[in-house]
Design a protein around this ligand. Structure first.
Ligand code: AMP
Ligand code: ZN
Length: 462
């Protein structure tokens, strides 16, 4: 498999450090609100990467953290007159509701910053001992210039970085490029005891510490959105490599933005929709499908048309699955002719080839639609052989399963609809065409279209 590595700016063959074991760390949400559709992009994309690696036989250990202490959580808690813990607890719970809806599997570990304060303090102590960090009035800063390779991920040079660096009024750092590892407590803020007095960790340090704790000093894959390349990931590299004197992450993967009206969707710009809101309009699965319909390194535009398009595409996939299940109920025994089964395998190869090319889910979905077309042609040409139907369904489920789509069980008709279909069958038997047509029209009003086929009555949602 090839993956585009931000560190080297090229597609590289993916070879894990330890045989078939893969260690993967993805930066998770800051839990002060429901997450928005832009945030959902890395969660979905890297869930698919994890599933695909597993599908190809790798044993993946996946960590995604929760940032449960920062300025935004503190502000939110103050606004609501509650504690930071309560805010974090609430939105972690809500994260899991939306994540499950979107088909994002739970990580092997979901560590939280506040549960790792002891380890964070130890890590900072090491950085001070090694001469990379210094304390001023209860704050601890990392000295960026001490780390020779600072800038290697973002490909900025020191001059460029210096031009953009600022010291805000409440910071006491020596150099504008330095960044906080530990922040001394300010009035009204939660704090933990430390060798430098009461305070809390900076943002970047938690990921270095938790990746190290759960996955080791060198990990295979580290991922997140492009906005994290600088400074967050650049700083993670500096901290981890300064402390451990080993390469930190071998493959750095970054998804492009999800935009709205050609602008990054973000909480600070206020142009965001939460996944919770969008799911009410479209359902979770359509959001997931939409997200995977583009390559993860291309920007994607969130619009009603795109979502409607996703709805139609997904419906075509469900229709194929329904058709196969329906025909299988009455399928004749196998003829033993597996030529067609072999033919179907070319779509599997196409799917894998697309996914192995830097996780090209857009082309992988195209391969699934080619498979569906082939299945439809076979069926329309009268191929209702059990072996064919079974292998078609198995392959269909296998490929859609890697993407985590078309996962719903075959829809069951509500009782009322079932009864109506039965009544219509009865009317037709009695040659009461008028009544049969009336029932058909009634079902149409309910969004159900009937189709009389030699194999029986089929239905589909319209
Ligand atoms: P945050 O909760 O802001 O730390 O973001 C969580 C994840 O969402 C990070 O990997 C971000 O890079 C990513 N992210 C935030 N906004 C967008 C967006 N509009 N499009 C794609 N990814 C985003
Ligand atoms: Zn991180």
């Amino acid at each position: 498999m090839k993956l585009y590595n931000t560190l080297t700016r090229q597609k590289e063959k993916f070879v894990p450090l330890n045989g078939n074991k893969v260690t993967m760390y993805s930066c998770g949400p800051t839990v002060y609100n429901y997450f928005h559709i832009g945030n959902a992009r890395p969660f979905i994309v890297f869930d698919v990467l994890r599933r695909f690696l597993r599908y190809r036989g790798y044993d993946v250990t996946f960590v995604q953290n929760f940032t449960d202490i920062d300025d935004k959580l503190i502000r939110r808690a103050n606004e609501e007159g509650t504690t930071v813990e309560e805010i974090a607890e609430r939105y972690i719970e809500e994260y899991f509701v939306d994540a499950e809806g979107l088909g994002i599997e739970k990580a092997d570990y979901h560590p939280r910053a506040t549960e790792n304060i002891k380890e964070i303090i130890e890590f900072i102590k090491t950085l001070i001992e090694k001469g990379y960090a210094y304390e001023i009035d209860g704050d601890v800063y990392f000295s960026a210039k001490k780390f020779d390779e600072y800038g290697k991920l973002s490909h900025f040079n020191i001059e460029e970085l210096e031009a953009g660096a600022r010291i805000s009024v409440d910071e006491k750092k020596r150099d504008p490029m330095d960044f906080a590892l530990w922040k001394a407590q300010k009035p009204g803020e939660p704090a933990w005891d430390s060798p430098w007095g009461p305070g809390r960790p900076g943002w970047h340090i938690e990921c270095s510490v938790m990746a190290n704790k759960y996955l080791g000093e060198t990990i295979d894959i580290h991922s997140g959105g492009v906005d994290l390349i600088f400074p967050h990931h650049e700083n993670e590299i500096a901290q981890s490599e300064a402390a451990n004197e080993k390469p930190f992450a071998r493959y750095w993967l970054h998804n492009a933005f999800l935009n709205i009206d050609n602008q990054k969707m973000s909480k600070s710009l206020g142009n965001f929709f939460t996944v919770r809101e969008a799911a009410k309009h479209y359902g979770y699965e359509i959001i997931r499908f939409f997200m995977l319909s583009a390559h993860y390194r291309n920007p994607i535009n969130y619009s009603t048309e795109q979502l409607e398009q996703a709805r139609r595409s997904l419906e075509r996939l469900y229709e194929c699955k329904r058709n196969l299940n329906f025909l299988l109920e009455n399928a004749a025994e196998t003829s033993g002719n597996n030529e067609v089964t072999e033919k179907l395998n070319q779509y599997k190869e196409k799917f894998i080839e697309a996914m192995e090319d830097d996780l090209n889910t857009a082309d992988a979905i195209a391969a699934i639609f080619e498979l569906v077309r082939e299945i439809n042609i076979q069926i329309s040409e009268g191929n209702k052989d059990k072996e064919f139907l079974e292998s078609a369904l198995k392959l269909f489920n296998e490929l859609t399963g890697v993407l985590g789509i078309v996962t719903k069980e075959e829809e069951t008709l509500e009782e009322e609809i079932e009864k109506l279909i039965e009544q219509r069958q009865q009317a037709r038997k009695e040659k009461n065409w008028k009544l049969a047509d009336e029932i058909r029209d009634k079902l149409k009003d309910m969004g159900i279209e009937l189709q009389d086929t030699p194999d029986g009555v089929k239905w589909r949602k319209i």
